[in-house]
Design a protein around this ligand. Structure first.
Ligand SMILES: [Zn+2]
Length: 211
C-alpha cells in the first residue's frame, strides 16, 4: 500500500515528510488517489473537509486517511512510522526493538508495538516457519501498578511487579520474520515447546540462553 521505494536513503525520507500533514497527503495519494472511498460503507468520491478529514455523503461519517490502517489512533509522529517501514525494507538482517527505540526516540514498548504492526503489514506473521539465527525476546504488557485506580490494584504487588502483566514472547529471525505469542510465563518449560513449534531444530538441539 505504501510507496516509500522512491526514497533512496533515510535522510531524504525524513526531510520530505517534514510534518504529519505531508505524511497524510502522501498516504491519501497512495491509498485512494483522486477517488476517496469511505472506509465504513465503501461509497466512492467522498469529499475533503477543511480540517483535513473526509466526509461520506452516503453514511455521513467523517474519517481521516488513517482509519483502517496500522496508523489509526497512533500518537507517534507518522514520519517515525515511515522511517521504521523504510528501515525494515532496507535492513534485511533485522534489528531489535531496543535498538529501534533509541534510533527513533520512543520507548522500547512503543518500538516493539510499531515493529509488530509494520511487520504484520508486510504479511510477516506466525504462519511462517523460522529457522536458524533466531533471536528470542520477552516483553510484559500491562499497566504500571502505581498508575492504577485503588480498586484495580493487585494486592501485594510493587510498582513494577510482573504479576499483573501478561508475558508476551517474541521470536524474530534475522531476515525479518517475527512471531509474537502470549504465554503464561517465561520459564524454559513454557517457552521450549513454542520454540520447537516454530524453529527448525538444529543438529545438537536447542539451547535456551537467558540473557
Ligand atoms: Zn460511508
Amino acid at each position: 500500500m505504501i510507496g516509500l521505494e522512491k526514497f533512496d536513503n533515510l535522510i531524504s525520507l525524513i526531510t520530505y515528510f517534514k510534518d504529519n500533514e505531508t505524511c497524510k497527503r502522501f498516504l491519501k495519494e497512495q491509498r485512494w488517489g483522486d477517488d476517496v472511498v469511505c472506509p465504513y460503507c465503501g461509497h466512492h468520491h467522498c469529499r475533503a473537509r477543511s480540517n483535513g478529514q473526509f466526509r461520506c455523503p452516503n453514511c455521513l461519517n467523517n474519517f481521516s486517511v488513517l482509519v483502517g490502517t496500522i496508523f489509526e489512533n497512533t500518537k507517534i509522529a507518522l514520519v517515525k512510522w515511515f522511517s521504521v517501514m523504510y528501515l525494515i525494507s532496507s535492513h534485511k538482517k533485522g534489528f531489535s526493538s531496543h535498538q529501534l527505540a533509541r534510533d527513533i526516540s520512543v520507548t522500547q514498548k512503543t518500538a516493539w508495538h510499531i515493529l509488530h504492526k509494520v511487520r504484520s503489514l508486510y504479511g510477516q506473521n506466525d504462519s511462517i516457519e523460522l529457522s536458524e539465527d533466531v533471536e528470542c525476546d520477552e516483553a510484559y504488557i500491562g499497566g504500571n501498578e502505581k498508575n492504577k485506580h485503588e480498586s484495580k490494584k493487585t494486592e501485594g504487588t510493587q510498582d513494577r511487579s510482573l504479576k499483573t502483566k501478561t508475558p508476551v514472547f517474541g521470536m524474530a529471525q534475522r531476515n525479518g520474520n517475527i512471531v509474537a505469542l502470549k504465554t503464561q510465563d517465561t520459564k524454559g518449560r513454557t517457552l521450549m515447546p513454542i520454540i520447537r513449534q516454530f524453529v527448525k531444530e538444529p543438529v545438537g538441539g536447542i539451547n535456551l540462553v537467558h540473557t
